[in-house]
Design a protein around this ligand. Structure first.
Ligand code: 5GP
Ligand code: MN
Length: 328
Protein backbone atom coordinates (compact mmCIF):
# COMPACT_ATOMS: atom_id res chain seq x y z
CA UNK A 1 0.00 0.00 0.00
CA UNK A 2 1.30 3.43 -0.90
CA UNK A 3 1.42 5.56 2.20
CA UNK A 4 1.07 9.30 2.30
CA UNK A 5 4.75 9.66 3.16
CA UNK A 6 5.70 7.51 0.12
CA UNK A 7 3.79 9.93 -2.10
CA UNK A 8 5.79 12.87 -0.72
CA UNK A 9 9.05 10.94 -1.08
CA UNK A 10 8.49 9.44 -4.52
CA UNK A 11 6.31 11.72 -6.61
CA UNK A 12 8.01 14.52 -8.46
CA UNK A 13 5.94 17.74 -8.35
CA UNK A 14 3.16 19.16 -6.19
CA UNK A 15 0.38 21.74 -6.15
CA UNK A 16 -0.80 22.77 -2.68
CA UNK A 17 -4.30 24.11 -2.21
CA UNK A 18 -7.11 24.40 0.34
CA UNK A 19 -10.62 25.66 0.97
CA UNK A 20 -12.14 28.92 -0.28
CA UNK A 21 -11.22 32.00 1.77
CA UNK A 22 -8.22 30.19 3.28
CA UNK A 23 -7.78 30.77 7.02
CA UNK A 24 -4.66 30.82 9.18
CA UNK A 25 -4.53 27.05 9.65
CA UNK A 26 -4.89 26.35 5.94
CA UNK A 27 -2.25 28.93 4.93
CA UNK A 28 0.16 28.09 7.77
CA UNK A 29 0.03 24.40 6.88
CA UNK A 30 0.67 25.27 3.23
CA UNK A 31 3.75 27.31 4.16
CA UNK A 32 5.13 24.42 6.22
CA UNK A 33 4.46 21.79 3.53
CA UNK A 34 5.87 24.07 0.82
CA UNK A 35 9.15 24.32 2.80
CA UNK A 36 9.23 20.58 3.44
CA UNK A 37 8.83 19.72 -0.24
CA UNK A 38 11.45 22.33 -1.18
CA UNK A 39 13.81 20.70 1.34
CA UNK A 40 13.18 17.39 -0.43
CA UNK A 41 14.13 19.09 -3.72
CA UNK A 42 10.61 18.88 -5.24
CA UNK A 43 9.03 21.52 -7.46
CA UNK A 44 5.99 22.86 -5.58
CA UNK A 45 3.43 25.64 -6.07
CA UNK A 46 0.72 26.98 -3.78
CA UNK A 47 -2.45 27.77 -5.71
CA UNK A 48 -5.54 28.68 -3.69
CA UNK A 49 -9.08 29.29 -4.92
CA UNK A 50 -8.93 32.85 -3.49
CA UNK A 51 -6.22 35.46 -2.85
CA UNK A 52 -4.94 35.53 0.73
CA UNK A 53 -6.41 38.07 3.18
CA UNK A 54 -4.47 41.24 3.97
CA UNK A 55 -3.56 40.14 7.51
CA UNK A 56 -1.60 37.21 6.09
CA UNK A 57 0.69 39.42 3.99
CA UNK A 58 3.63 38.73 6.29
CA UNK A 59 3.77 35.16 4.95
CA UNK A 60 4.58 36.47 1.48
CA UNK A 61 7.97 37.63 2.75
CA UNK A 62 9.10 34.02 2.48
CA UNK A 63 6.43 32.07 0.62
CA UNK A 64 4.87 32.69 -2.80
CA UNK A 65 1.08 32.31 -2.77
CA UNK A 66 -0.77 32.01 -6.04
CA UNK A 67 -4.49 31.94 -6.68
CA UNK A 68 -6.33 30.35 -9.57
CA UNK A 69 -7.64 32.50 -12.43
CA UNK A 70 -9.92 30.98 -15.02
CA UNK A 71 -7.82 32.36 -17.90
CA UNK A 72 -4.46 31.14 -16.60
CA UNK A 73 -3.20 27.57 -16.87
CA UNK A 74 -2.17 25.78 -13.68
CA UNK A 75 1.53 25.11 -13.09
CA UNK A 76 2.79 21.60 -13.89
CA UNK A 77 2.12 19.13 -11.08
CA UNK A 78 1.78 15.41 -10.46
CA UNK A 79 0.00 15.49 -7.11
CA UNK A 80 -2.47 18.06 -5.72
CA UNK A 81 -2.50 18.26 -1.92
CA UNK A 82 -5.65 19.59 -0.22
CA UNK A 83 -4.89 21.08 3.19
CA UNK A 84 -7.46 21.70 5.93
CA UNK A 85 -10.32 20.25 3.87
CA UNK A 86 -10.98 17.03 2.02
CA UNK A 87 -13.50 17.80 -0.69
CA UNK A 88 -12.83 19.37 -4.08
CA UNK A 89 -16.26 20.99 -3.82
CA UNK A 90 -14.78 23.28 -1.13
CA UNK A 91 -12.01 24.44 -3.47
CA UNK A 92 -14.31 26.51 -5.70
CA UNK A 93 -13.87 26.45 -9.48
CA UNK A 94 -10.27 25.30 -8.98
CA UNK A 95 -11.65 22.11 -7.42
CA UNK A 96 -13.41 21.23 -10.69
CA UNK A 97 -10.20 21.82 -12.64
CA UNK A 98 -8.27 19.56 -10.28
CA UNK A 99 -10.93 16.85 -10.60
CA UNK A 100 -10.75 17.08 -14.40
CA UNK A 101 -6.94 16.95 -14.37
CA UNK A 102 -7.06 13.27 -13.42
CA UNK A 103 -4.02 13.81 -11.18
CA UNK A 104 -3.56 12.24 -7.75
CA UNK A 105 -5.46 14.07 -5.00
CA UNK A 106 -3.88 13.86 -1.55
CA UNK A 107 -5.42 15.20 1.68
CA UNK A 108 -3.88 16.46 4.92
CA UNK A 109 -6.65 17.36 7.34
CA UNK A 110 -7.93 17.24 10.90
CA UNK A 111 -11.68 17.16 10.36
CA UNK A 112 -14.01 14.32 11.23
CA UNK A 113 -14.47 12.00 8.24
CA UNK A 114 -11.73 13.58 6.10
CA UNK A 115 -10.36 10.16 5.19
CA UNK A 116 -13.63 9.64 3.26
CA UNK A 117 -13.32 12.74 1.08
CA UNK A 118 -11.79 13.16 -2.39
CA UNK A 119 -8.25 12.14 -1.42
CA UNK A 120 -6.90 8.83 -2.67
CA UNK A 121 -4.04 9.18 -0.18
CA UNK A 122 -4.72 10.81 3.17
CA UNK A 123 -2.92 11.98 6.27
CA UNK A 124 -5.83 12.58 8.61
CA UNK A 125 -6.17 12.83 12.37
CA UNK A 126 -9.37 14.43 13.68
CA UNK A 127 -7.85 14.65 17.18
CA UNK A 128 -5.13 17.03 15.96
CA UNK A 129 -5.76 20.67 16.87
CA UNK A 130 -4.69 22.01 13.49
CA UNK A 131 -3.66 20.87 10.02
CA UNK A 132 -0.34 22.65 10.61
CA UNK A 133 0.35 20.28 13.54
CA UNK A 134 0.03 17.37 11.09
CA UNK A 135 2.57 18.96 8.74
CA UNK A 136 4.90 19.35 11.76
CA UNK A 137 4.48 15.61 12.44
CA UNK A 138 5.27 14.83 8.78
CA UNK A 139 8.55 16.78 9.04
CA UNK A 140 9.49 14.57 11.97
CA UNK A 141 8.48 11.35 10.24
CA UNK A 142 10.53 12.23 7.16
CA UNK A 143 13.47 13.48 9.24
CA UNK A 144 13.32 16.97 7.70
CA UNK A 145 14.25 19.78 10.12
CA UNK A 146 11.74 22.60 10.44
CA UNK A 147 12.97 25.75 8.67
CA UNK A 148 12.27 29.20 10.15
CA UNK A 149 9.51 29.85 7.59
CA UNK A 150 7.93 26.43 8.21
CA UNK A 151 8.03 27.12 11.96
CA UNK A 152 6.15 30.38 11.40
CA UNK A 153 3.58 28.51 9.32
CA UNK A 154 2.99 25.85 11.97
CA UNK A 155 2.71 28.53 14.67
CA UNK A 156 0.11 30.40 12.61
CA UNK A 157 -1.88 27.17 12.19
CA UNK A 158 -1.84 26.47 15.91
CA UNK A 159 -2.94 29.93 16.99
CA UNK A 160 -5.60 30.13 14.28
CA UNK A 161 -7.36 26.93 15.27
CA UNK A 162 -6.91 27.10 19.06
CA UNK A 163 -7.93 30.79 19.36
CA UNK A 164 -4.43 31.62 20.61
CA UNK A 165 -4.38 28.57 22.91
CA UNK A 166 -7.76 29.27 24.56
CA UNK A 167 -9.95 26.48 23.14
CA UNK A 168 -10.24 22.96 24.50
CA UNK A 169 -8.27 21.60 21.52
CA UNK A 170 -5.14 23.35 22.89
CA UNK A 171 -3.67 20.08 24.12
CA UNK A 172 -0.19 19.03 25.27
CA UNK A 173 0.98 18.56 21.67
CA UNK A 174 -0.01 22.15 20.85
CA UNK A 175 1.87 23.61 23.83
CA UNK A 176 4.91 21.40 23.21
CA UNK A 177 5.01 22.45 19.57
CA UNK A 178 4.49 26.11 20.47
CA UNK A 179 7.37 25.97 22.93
CA UNK A 180 9.64 24.43 20.31
CA UNK A 181 8.57 26.97 17.68
CA UNK A 182 9.15 29.98 19.93
CA UNK A 183 12.53 28.54 20.97
CA UNK A 184 13.44 28.30 17.28
CA UNK A 185 12.79 32.03 16.82
CA UNK A 186 9.09 32.45 15.96
CA UNK A 187 7.92 35.88 17.16
CA UNK A 188 4.32 35.36 18.29
CA UNK A 189 3.67 38.98 19.16
CA UNK A 190 4.80 40.15 15.70
CA UNK A 191 2.40 37.63 14.15
CA UNK A 192 -0.43 38.82 16.44
CA UNK A 193 0.15 42.43 15.41
CA UNK A 194 0.30 41.53 11.73
CA UNK A 195 -3.00 39.65 11.99
CA UNK A 196 -5.07 41.87 14.25
CA UNK A 197 -3.56 45.31 14.69
CA UNK A 198 -3.94 46.76 11.20
CA UNK A 199 -7.70 47.04 10.98
CA UNK A 200 -9.45 49.47 8.64
CA UNK A 201 -10.72 52.67 10.38
CA UNK A 202 -14.35 51.57 9.73
CA UNK A 203 -13.89 48.29 11.54
CA UNK A 204 -14.81 49.61 15.00
CA UNK A 205 -18.18 50.82 13.65
CA UNK A 206 -18.67 47.56 11.76
CA UNK A 207 -17.95 45.52 14.89
CA UNK A 208 -20.57 47.55 16.78
CA UNK A 209 -23.11 47.19 13.97
CA UNK A 210 -22.62 43.47 13.47
CA UNK A 211 -22.75 42.79 17.22
CA UNK A 212 -25.91 44.87 17.48
CA UNK A 213 -27.62 42.46 15.07
CA UNK A 214 -27.37 39.56 17.50
CA UNK A 215 -30.52 37.94 18.83
CA UNK A 216 -30.80 35.55 21.75
CA UNK A 217 -33.01 32.54 21.05
CA UNK A 218 -33.87 29.27 22.79
CA UNK A 219 -34.10 30.90 26.23
CA UNK A 220 -30.72 32.57 25.80
CA UNK A 221 -28.86 29.41 24.83
CA UNK A 222 -28.42 30.40 21.18
CA UNK A 223 -26.91 33.73 20.11
CA UNK A 224 -27.50 34.31 16.40
CA UNK A 225 -26.20 37.03 14.08
CA UNK A 226 -27.51 37.24 10.53
CA UNK A 227 -25.63 39.56 8.17
CA UNK A 228 -27.42 40.53 4.99
CA UNK A 229 -25.71 41.25 1.68
CA UNK A 230 -25.67 45.03 2.20
CA UNK A 231 -23.79 44.74 5.49
CA UNK A 232 -21.55 41.98 4.12
CA UNK A 233 -20.59 44.26 1.27
CA UNK A 234 -19.56 47.03 3.67
CA UNK A 235 -17.58 44.49 5.73
CA UNK A 236 -15.82 43.27 2.59
CA UNK A 237 -14.91 46.83 1.53
CA UNK A 238 -13.24 47.43 4.91
CA UNK A 239 -11.70 43.92 4.92
CA UNK A 240 -13.55 43.42 8.23
CA UNK A 241 -13.38 39.89 9.61
CA UNK A 242 -16.96 39.15 10.66
CA UNK A 243 -15.72 36.27 12.84
CA UNK A 244 -14.89 39.02 15.36
CA UNK A 245 -18.52 38.82 16.57
CA UNK A 246 -18.17 35.20 17.62
CA UNK A 247 -16.08 35.69 20.72
CA UNK A 248 -18.05 38.42 22.54
CA UNK A 249 -21.24 36.41 21.99
CA UNK A 250 -19.64 33.19 23.17
CA UNK A 251 -18.75 34.98 26.38
CA UNK A 252 -22.37 35.70 27.37
CA UNK A 253 -23.46 33.74 30.40
CA UNK A 254 -25.96 31.06 29.41
CA UNK A 255 -25.09 31.03 25.71
CA UNK A 256 -24.25 27.51 24.56
CA UNK A 257 -24.09 28.05 20.80
CA UNK A 258 -23.23 31.05 18.64
CA UNK A 259 -24.41 31.10 15.02
CA UNK A 260 -23.07 33.56 12.47
CA UNK A 261 -24.99 33.58 9.18
CA UNK A 262 -23.60 35.48 6.21
CA UNK A 263 -25.62 36.11 3.10
CA UNK A 264 -23.48 35.61 0.01
CA UNK A 265 -23.80 37.18 -3.40
CA UNK A 266 -24.42 33.80 -5.08
CA UNK A 267 -27.67 33.38 -3.11
CA UNK A 268 -26.26 30.94 -0.54
CA UNK A 269 -25.73 31.49 3.18
CA UNK A 270 -22.43 30.70 4.87
CA UNK A 271 -23.04 29.59 8.42
CA UNK A 272 -20.48 29.30 11.21
CA UNK A 273 -21.36 27.66 14.50
CA UNK A 274 -19.37 27.69 17.72
CA UNK A 275 -20.29 25.70 20.82
CA UNK A 276 -19.54 25.94 24.48
CA UNK A 277 -19.93 22.91 26.70
CA UNK A 278 -21.17 19.69 25.16
CA UNK A 279 -23.36 20.69 22.22
CA UNK A 280 -22.20 19.00 19.00
CA UNK A 281 -22.48 21.65 16.28
CA UNK A 282 -20.78 19.47 13.68
CA UNK A 283 -23.93 17.31 13.71
CA UNK A 284 -26.11 20.38 13.21
CA UNK A 285 -24.33 21.43 10.00
CA UNK A 286 -23.98 17.86 8.72
CA UNK A 287 -27.69 18.10 7.86
CA UNK A 288 -26.80 20.86 5.38
CA UNK A 289 -23.75 19.14 3.88
CA UNK A 290 -21.34 21.03 6.16
CA UNK A 291 -18.67 19.76 8.50
CA UNK A 292 -15.92 20.70 10.89
CA UNK A 293 -15.43 19.83 14.53
CA UNK A 294 -17.72 19.23 17.50
CA UNK A 295 -17.21 22.78 18.79
CA UNK A 296 -16.59 24.68 15.54
CA UNK A 297 -18.37 23.82 12.34
CA UNK A 298 -19.69 25.45 9.22
CA UNK A 299 -21.75 24.93 6.10
CA UNK A 300 -22.84 26.62 2.91
CA UNK A 301 -26.63 26.56 2.93
CA UNK A 302 -28.64 26.85 -0.30
CA UNK A 303 -31.54 28.91 1.02
CA UNK A 304 -32.50 32.47 1.97
CA UNK A 305 -31.10 34.16 5.06
CA UNK A 306 -34.46 33.96 6.86
CA UNK A 307 -34.79 30.25 6.03
CA UNK A 308 -31.25 29.60 7.24
CA UNK A 309 -31.98 31.37 10.54
CA UNK A 310 -35.03 29.20 11.12
CA UNK A 311 -33.26 25.98 10.08
CA UNK A 312 -30.27 26.62 12.33
CA UNK A 313 -32.51 27.43 15.28
CA UNK A 314 -34.34 24.11 14.86
CA UNK A 315 -31.05 22.20 14.43
CA UNK A 316 -29.45 23.77 17.48
CA UNK A 317 -32.58 23.15 19.54
CA UNK A 318 -32.35 19.43 18.72
CA UNK A 319 -28.62 19.32 19.47
CA UNK A 320 -29.19 20.97 22.86
CA UNK A 321 -32.01 18.53 23.60
CA UNK A 322 -29.66 15.62 22.79
CA UNK A 323 -27.18 16.84 25.41
CA UNK A 324 -30.02 17.10 27.91
CA UNK A 325 -31.14 13.54 27.09
CA UNK A 326 -27.57 12.24 27.51
CA UNK A 327 -27.25 13.94 30.89
CA UNK A 328 -30.63 12.60 32.12
P1 5GP B 1 -15.73 28.44 10.00
O1 5GP B 1 -17.00 28.59 10.73
O2 5GP B 1 -14.59 29.14 10.67
O3 5GP B 1 -15.82 28.71 8.55
O4 5GP B 1 -15.38 26.90 10.08
C1 5GP B 1 -15.41 26.17 11.27
C2 5GP B 1 -14.99 24.74 10.97
O5 5GP B 1 -15.97 24.14 10.11
C3 5GP B 1 -13.68 24.67 10.21
O6 5GP B 1 -12.97 23.57 10.71
C4 5GP B 1 -14.09 24.49 8.77
O7 5GP B 1 -13.17 23.75 8.04
C5 5GP B 1 -15.41 23.76 8.87
N1 5GP B 1 -16.30 24.20 7.79
C6 5GP B 1 -16.71 25.47 7.55
N2 5GP B 1 -17.53 25.52 6.46
C7 5GP B 1 -17.62 24.26 6.00
C8 5GP B 1 -18.32 23.65 4.89
O8 5GP B 1 -19.01 24.30 4.10
N3 5GP B 1 -18.16 22.31 4.73
C9 5GP B 1 -17.38 21.55 5.60
N4 5GP B 1 -17.27 20.24 5.38
N5 5GP B 1 -16.75 22.08 6.64
C10 5GP B 1 -16.85 23.41 6.85
MN1 MN C 1 -8.06 23.73 10.56
Amino acid sequence: MTTFLDVLRRRSSFLLTGHENPDGDCLGAQVALFRLLRALGKPVHIVNPDPIGKGFDFLQQHTPFGHARADTPLPEFEVAVLLDCCQLSRVGALGQRLAQSGKTIAVIDHHVGSDRGDGTVCYVDPTAAATGALVRRIHRELGVPLSRAAAEGVFLSLVADTGWFRYSNADAEVFAMASELVASGVDGSRIYDALYRRNHPDSATLLAETLQRHRLRLSGKLAMVALDKALMERCARADFDTDAVLDPLRSLDGVEVVALLKERFDGTVKCSLRARADVDVQQVVAAFGGGGHKKAAGATMKMTLAEAEAAIEVGVQKAIALVGARRA
